[in-house]
Design a binder for this molecule. Structure first.
Ligand code: HEC
Length: 208
């Protein structure tokens, strides 16, 4: 996915949340004058931010690997929160304002869960190991392992071990790659024994 779009999305969502957080706090503390001043002040930035966040969100959805159930729930929550927020702030209804803020925060939380899941899923979903498939440990590693371990084995995403610091012997590595060790999925049935051995040997070469 396009990193620039992703970060624009993240930043605009965060800015949007902050604006709503301030508004909700002002409303809750009965600072009506400050609230209307703030609302006027952020009118244009808020428009820019919310447009950016919707446009980038839709872009990622269209160009992404296909919407998951969680993503759909998230989108429904985001759209449902808009009228709640509009009515809440117009009528100065504190319960509705807080509710709309909670909905957006919940959607944001779902997005994080979703991301973690898809990170775990990536290595396994695109899997089929036809005969004569690559046995180059390097190629297999670049294909399936870098999302967590990084190109050099040091990345450590999702709690992955730094492979350059691994003290395991080849057999134990093969064992972990074959059967997995949560949250890393096992590759038995995904990679052939030959490929598992090749990629295990490759990880050993990462050691400096
Ligand atoms: C979803 C992320 C993820 C992917 C993809 C992934 N790993 Fe891992 N890997 C981990 C995590 C997390 C650990 C640590 C597990 C533990 O010890 O609790 C780990 C541990 C390991 C270990 C053991 C290191 C040690 O010293 O304990 C090896 C070897 C390893 N991975 C190799 C690979 C190889 C080869 C691939 C690709 C075929 C791969 N991993 C793909 C997350 C991942």
């Amino acid at each position: 996915m396009n990193q620039a779009i992703y970060y624009t999305h993240l930043i605009s969502v965060t800015a949007f949340l902050l604006i709503y957080l301030v508004k909700t706090i002002l409303l809750l503390s009965n600072k009506e004058a400050s609230l209307s001043k703030f609302t006027k002040g952020v009118k244009v930035p808020e428009m820019i931010v919310s447009t950016l966040f919707l446009v980038t969100g839709i872009y990622m959805l269209i160009n992404g690997p296909g919407a998951t159930t969680l993503q759909i729930i998230k989108i429904i929550i985001v759209f449902a929160s808009i009228p709640v927020a509009v009515v809440g702030f117009k009528k100065k209804n504190k319960a509705l304002a807080v509710l709309s803020l909670l909905m957006i925060v919940a959607a944001y939380g779902l997005a994080e869960v979703n991301k973690k899941r898809s990170l775990q899923g990536t290595s396994v979903t695109s899997v089929d190991a036809p005969e004569g498939a690559a046995v180059s440990g390097h190629d297999i590693f670049m294909d399936r392992c870098t999302s967590c371990h990084g190109d050099d084995g040091k990345l450590g995403l999702s709690g992955a071990k730094d492979l350059t610091a691994s003290t395991l012997d080849l057999d134990s590595k093969i064992e972990i790659i074959r059967n997995g060790k949560a949250p890393m999925a096992g590759y038995a049935g995904v990679l052939t024994e030959e490929q598992i051995k090749a990629v295990a040997e490759y990880t050993a070469t990462l050691k400096k």
